[in-house]
Design a protein around this ligand. Structure first.
Ligand SMILES: [Zn+2]
Length: 440
C-alpha cells in the first residue's frame, strides 16, 4: 500500500508543473466526486449534505463538505500550498546572450537552490490569457518537451564553483532557449494552444524540471521528484478529504498559492479567501455572526507543509532532540516564536488523532541558533482564529528542483487526514477540545 500510494503521489505531482496546474488537478478530482463549483461573483445557495468548491486567482482552491446535522457546527480545515520555488519568465523574455544565443529573461519565484537548476532539461508551463470575443480567458499551457537548459560555467573558467559560489539570478540563471534568431516564446505558446499569436494578451509562465519522478534505494524506500514541497501534502490532504465524511462538521480542504513568496496575495493564506468562504458558508446555512464565531471557537486546522528530515551528511543541522527522519511518520513542527502555529493544545490534539488513526508522529524543532522557514498556519490564523497545528512530511533538499522523501510517509498523512476529517471538535471551556467520532 505504501508503494502504490507513493506511485500515485508522484503521478499527481508530475501532472502539475505549476500552481495553476495543481489547482486544476485538485478541482478535477473534486468534480469527479460530484463536487459543485461555486463562483465568488455569484450568489451561493448551499444544501446540507452536499459538497462544493471555489477557486480564487486560478491557483488557490477551497473545497468543503456540508454535514447534515449542523445545528452547532465547527470547521475541520486542512491547509497546504500549491506553489513551489521556480523561475518565472518576464514579460519580454527573449534575450540576446553570449553573442550568438537567445536566452530567456527570468526572475526567481521563492527561495530555490540555484545550483540544482543547472544542466538539466527544463520546460515551460503556466497560464496564458487569451482574447475570446469580448472576454479574456485563462488557458493552462505546458510546452511539455525538453526546451531550455541553464548551462554551468566550466570549472576552468570559474575556479570557485565548488567553494560557495554566489549565484546572481540576473546573470547565472538565464536558460538557453535558441540560437541567434530564436524569436520569442509567444509563437510556441500560440502553437501549443492552436490560436493566433495576436489573441495572446498575457501570461504567467515558469520553468520546470523535466526529470522524471523516481522511487529508488536498496528496497525502494525513497522517492524523488520536483515540487514534493508542497504537492505531497496537497495530494495527501485531498485523498484524506475525499476519503472521509462528517455529518456534524464542515470539512474544508484549503490549497493556497503564494506560500513561497510570503502568502500576501489575493489568493494566498494571508488573504481573506478562507475567511470569506467560511463566512459565506455560515450565511448560506442561514446563521448569524455569533454562530460563525462560535463555530470558529470549536474548529481545528491542520496546516500541512513539508519538514526537514535529518540530512545524512549533515546531521549537525538538526536540533539536538527534535529530529525527524524519512519513513518514520508525520512531523509536528513547533517554534517558540510562532513561525509554526503548533502549541501545547494543538500538539495534544494531533497526538490524540494519531493515536486513534494509528499513525506514527515525530516532533520537529529548528536548532535554536538557526532561522527556519515559515508556513501557512500562523498566517491563515490572523484572519481565521482557530486552533492550529503545523505538520508536514519529512524530506531532504527542500527547495531543490528535485527533492527526496520517504516512500511510506504520504500514506501516513492520508490516514491522519481521514481520521481528522471524521472527527468532531467541540471547545471544552478549559482551553481544550473534545474529539468525538475519530475512529477509522
Ligand atoms: Zn512548503
Amino acid at each position: 500500500m505504501y508503494q502504490k500510494t507513493a506511485e500515485e503521489t508522484l503521478a499527481f505531482i508530475q501532472k502539475n508543473p505549476t500552481a495553476f496546474h495543481t489547482a486544476a488537478s485538485v478541482q478535477e478530482a473534486l468534480r469527479e466526486k460530484g463536487y459543485q463549483e461555486l463562483l465568488e461573483s455569484a450568489p451561493w445557495k448551499l444544501e446540507p449534505g452536499k459538497n462544493y468548491y471555489v477557486c480564487r486567482g486560478g491557483s488557490s482552491v477551497l473545497a468543503f463538505q456540508l454535514g447534515t446535522d449542523l445545528e452547532q457546527y465547527s470547521f475541520n480545515i486542512a491547509a497546504s500550498h500549491t506553489d513551489s520555488p521556480a523561475f518565472k519568465l518576464k514579460e519580454h523574455a527573449a534575450h540576446k546572450a553570449g553573442g550568438r544565443c537567445t536566452a530567456l529573461n527570468v526572475e526567481g519565484y521563492g527561495g530555490m537552490i540555484c545550483a540544482a537548476w543547472l544542466d538539466r532539461p527544463l520546460s515551460i508551463a503556466g497560464r496564458v490569457m487569451v482574447e475570446e470575443g469580448e472576454a479574456v480567458t485563462s488557458r493552462l499551457v505546458d510546452l511539455d518537451r525538453d526546451l531550455v537548459l541553464i548551462p554551468s560555467v566550466a570549472i576552468h573558467m570559474n575556479r570557485t564553483a565548488n567553494d560557495g559560489y554566489a549565484f546572481n539570478k540576473q546573470v547565472d540563471m538565464l536558460p538557453l532557449f535558441a540560437g541567434e534568431d530564436g524569436g520569442d516564446i509567444t509563437a510556441l505558446l500560440a502553437e501549443a494552444l492552436d490560436i493566433p499569436e495576436s489573441r495572446i494578451l498575457g501570461s504567467d509562465l515558469y520553468l520546470y524540471n523535466r526529470d522524471r519522478p523516481s522511487i529508488w534505494g536498496r528496497s525502494g524506500e525513497f522517492l524523488s521528484s520536483a515540487r514534493l514541497d508542497d504537492q505531497q501534502c496537497v495530494y495527501a490532504s485531498l485523498r484524506g478529504f475525499l476519503g472521509a465524511s462528517n455529518q456534524r462538521s464542515v470539512n474544508v480542504l484549503a490549497c493556497f498559492d503564494s506560500e513561497e513568496v510570503g502568502s500576501g496575495t489575493r489568493q494566498g493564506a494571508a488573504s481573506t479567501f478562507l475567511q470569506d468562504v467560511l463566512r459565506r458558508i455560515n450565511l448560506a446555512l442561514g446563521k448569524g455572526e455569533e454562530d460563525y464565531l462560535r463555530a470558529l471557537a470549536s474548529s481545528f486546522m491542520l496546516s500541512a507543509d513539508n519538514a526537514h528530515a535529518v540530512h545524512p551528511n549533515h546531521p549537525e543541522y538538526a536540533d539536538a532532540e527534535n529530529q525527524v527522519y524519512l519513513n518514520a511518520g508525520i512531523a509536528v513542527k513547533s517554534h517558540a516564536g510562532q513561525k509554526y502555529a503548533t502549541d501545547g493544545i494543538s500538539a495534544a490534539i494531533v497526538r490524540a488523532l494519531a493515536k486513534r488513526g494509528e499513525v506514527p508522529l515525530q516532533f520537529f524543532s529548528n536548532r535554536s541558533d538557526m532561522a527556519g522557514g515559515s508556513t501557512l498556519g500562523n498566517i491563515a490564523m490572523t484572519h481565521v482564529p482557530v486552533k492550529c497545528a503545523d505538520i508536514g512530511l519529512p524530506q531532504l533538499a527542500m527547495h531543490s528542483c528535485y527533492e527526496t522523501a520517504g516512500v511510506k510517509d504520504t500514506w501516513y498523512l492520508i490516514r491522519l487526514m481521514e481520521t481528522f476529517y471524521r472527527s468532531r471538535f467541540e471547545e471544552t471551556g478549559a482551553g481544550g477540545l473534545r474529539i468525538t467520532g475519530a475512529s477509522v
